[in-house]
Design a protein around this ligand. Sequence first.
Ligand code: NAI
Ligand code: 3PY
Length: 348
Amino acid sequence: APVDPNAPAALGSLRHARVAAPDLAKGERLVYFGSSLSDEHVARLERDAPNLELVLGLSREEALARANEAHGVDSFYATPEFVAAAPNLAWVQIKSAGVDRYIDTEHLGHNEALVLTNLRAVSGPIIADHVFALLLAMTRDLPVHLANRATGTWDRAGSGVFEPVGLAGRTLLVVGLGGIGSEVAKRAKGFGMTVLATRRSEAERPDYVDVQGTADRLDDFLPRADVVVLCVPLTDETTGLMNAERFALMPDGAYLVNIARGKVVDTAALMAALDGGRLASAGLDVTDPEPLPADHPLWSYPNVIVTPHTAGRGELTLTRLEIMYSENLRRFAAGEPLYNVIDRDAGY
Ligand SMILES: NC(=O)C1=CN([C@@H]2O[C@H](COP(=O)(O)OP(=O)(O)OC[C@H]3O[C@@H](n4cnc5c(N)ncnc54)[C@H](O)[C@@H]3O)[C@@H](O)[C@H]2O)C=CC1
Ligand SMILES: O=C(O)C(=O)CO
C-alpha cells in the first residue's frame, strides 16, 4: 500500500535546513548508510528516490571502511573516526529525540558542515500513554494491589502511600509542549483536567491547552499544578530545572512525572520534596544517575515508580519512526528541506 507521509502525523516539525547538494558526477547516486527499514518503505524509496543508494545494516567496522562513499548516515555509524574519514558526509539522522549526548561533541554538535536531524515527536502517543500509566498507577494505588497478588490478599484499605484521587477537575502542567507534551496535553483534556503548558518560544495556543506560556512562566504556573509532566529536551536551560526552589512552588501533595531526561530534575531536591510531602509521589522513566544503581535511595521510596527508560517502546513508535525516517531519506535525495533539523543554538 502506498505510504501517506502525513499520516499519522508522525513527522515532527519541518524546521528549516536543506542539506547542501553534494557534488555528484552525472549518474552518481547519493549514498546513505542506515539501519533496517521495512520492505514497504524500501520499495517506496526505490520508486520515489531513484538517485538514492540505501545501504542497510552494515556493521560499524564495515561502514568505517566505506566512509568515503557516504553522503548521509544514521547516528549509529557517526563516530569521530567515521566523520573524519567521510569527506562527502552532509547529513546525520540521529535515532533518538533527545540529542543531549551529541550536542557537545566536536564531530557532530560542533561540526557545522553537517545537518543533524532527530526523532522529535515520533514517540509522542506512546510516551503520553506511559505518562498516564504512571499517573494512574499512583492515583489509583495500583502498586499495592499488584503486590497483594503474591499473597492473595483482599485489602480494601489500600496502602496509604498512593492516595486514590481523581484526575478530573485537577490541573496538569506540561513543561515542554512539543511532540510528546502535546500528546500528554490532549489526553489530560480527555480526563477532564485543566491544562497549563510552557514551551520555549511563542506559538498559537492549541485548543487542548487552557493556558500557555513561554519558559519564563514556569514559576507562575507551578503553584497551580497538581501534576507536573516534564517533556523538555535536556539543554543548558533545562538542566536542574526542577530544583528545590521550584519544588517549593508546587502545592502540597502534587505529582511529578518525568519522561524527559533525568538531569532535568535535581534528584536530591526531588527526594527532599517527597520526604517533606510536597510531592505525593513521582513517576520516573528517566533518572539521574541512569541507570539507577541498585543501592540508590530512590528505589526505597514506596511512593516512587521507576520505569527503566522504556516509556517510548511500542509498535506505534516504530511505525512513526519509519514514516519520518523514510520521508527524510526521500527529501534528502530530492534536495528538499528535512524534517526535525536540530537547532544548535537552542541545543535540541
Ligand atoms: N523517555 C523516553 O524514552 C524519551 C524521552 N524523550 C525526551 O523528551 C524530549 C522531548 O521530546 P519531543 O517532545 O519529541 O521533542 P520536541 O522537540 O517536539 O519538544 C520539545 C519541546 O520543549 C520545549 N522547550 C525547550 N526548551 C524549553 C524550556 N526551557 N522550557 C519550556 N519548554 C521548552 C520546546 O519549545 C518544545 O515544544 C526529548 O528531547 C528527549 O530528551 C524523547 C523520546 C523518548
Ligand atoms: O528518543 C529518545 O530521546 C529516547 O530517550 C529514546 O529512548
